[in-house]
Design a protein around this ligand. Structure first.
Ligand code: HMG
Ligand code: MG
Length: 298
């Protein structure tokens, strides 16, 4: 019995845009958020409070958060790698913050400039402050199946990071295939590792589609009961510290698959495709969504 309802978190404004070389105006990001909520998304990852030297595209984080028109029932999340980021983020009233660690030591160093153990020490005061302020806390576990520097990652490494996050008080973890190398059974093993420390309502899948495996990995996740996924409108994105990795699986493609299976998402595919077309036009390219391109060609 597969889940009958799935929640999608659109990470396009953050994960999708963070890797864009051309500066995307804050007004465009704000309109993208608006179109996503109009399409029925109930959680949107808006931006990140990271160093602007590392990720210049997210330097307008506070401006974007100030510009969005909040809609009741929609949660707006932001990434916070350390206390400095949290303190800047909290002023912008996010509903949820995301701390992000890796299952690979090398990736942790490249992405956030510290070891896995050090990252947990950085997250500790962030998680405490957020929980005390009534802000939800999610954790991302990067490189949960493979790492661009270390190769294949064993499920035990995911389990370790999930355990450390649980100990910190992180309420939900996202199992992330950062470079999209995972295949269905490996992804299931990684999810099961996280499920040793979190219950089924507290684990989500975050699949980049570099090798074209993300939809299959989504279905494999549904088979183990996972019902929450991060996806990116128009398949935007990639991680600046994972060379060659493409965007997250396109939200449009996941919605099409789920609706085709009779699984509800609350998302209007037509309006979602409009959002994807809007941001793709702004970037001067076609949406990286197979469904969108197929339906637009009709
Ligand atoms: P660091 O250099 O080790 O930090 O960077 P530091 O504490 O030594 O500070 C150095 C400088 O950075 C100082 O400025 C700080 O003020 C500044 P300076 O004195 O040199 O002018 N600084 C900050 N500025 C703004 N906001 C902050 C902040 N912290 C320090 N929060 C740091 C550590 C984590 C900040 C850095 O490595 C960084 O920003 N990395 C970017 C990581 C990133 O955004 N990666 C992409 C997102 S993660 C992702 O995409 C994966 C995910 O999608 C899941 C998946 O697919 O795997 C979530
Ligand atoms: Mg990602």
């Amino acid at each position: 019995q597969l889940p009958q309802h799935v929640k999608l978190v659109d990470v396009g404004p953050r994960d999708g845009l963070q890797n864009e070389k051309q500066a995307v105006p804050a007004a465009v990001k704000i309109e993208l958020v608006q179109r996503l909520q109009d399409a029925g998304l109930t959680e949107i990852e808006v931006t990140s409070f990271v160093s602007p030297k590392w990720v210049p595209q997210m330097a307008d984080n506070a401006e974007v958060m100030a510009g969005i028109q909040r809609k009741p029932g929609v949660r707006y999340s932001v990434l916070t790698p350390n206390l400095q980021g949290y303190e800047a983020a909290v002023k912008t009233r996010p509903d949820e913050i995301v701390v992000f660690a890796a299952a690979s030591e090398a990736f942790s160093q490249k992405n956030i400039n510290c070891s896995i153990a050090q990252s947990m020490e950085r997250f500790r005061p962030v998680v405490q402050a957020a929980l005390a302020a009534g802000i939800a806390v999610r954790g991302a576990i990067s490189c949960a199946v493979g790492c661009p520097y270390e190769g294949e990652i064993a499920p035990e490494r995911v389990e370790l990071v999930a355990r450390l996050m649980r100990e910190l008080g992180v309420q939900h973890v996202g199992v992330a295939d950062t470079i999209g190398v995972g295949t269905p059974r490996k992804v299931q093993r990684a999810l099961e590792a996280a499920l040793k420390h979190y219950d089924i309502n507290q684990v989500s899948g975050h699949f980049h589609d570099t090798y074209g495996q993300a939809l299959a990995n989504t279905l494999a996740s549904l088979e183990v009961g996972i019902w929450q996924f991060d996806t990116s409108v128009a398949g935007l994105g990639g991680c600046p510290y994972a060379k060659g990795a493409t965007g997250n699986v396109a939200t449009e493609d996941v919605v099409y698959m789920l609706h085709g299976m009779g699984i509800s998402t609350g998302i209007d595919l037509d309006r979602l495709m409009d959002a994807g077309q809007f941001i793709s036009d702004a970037l001067g390219r076609k949406p990286h969504s197979r469904v969108s391109n197929a339906l637009m060609a009709k």
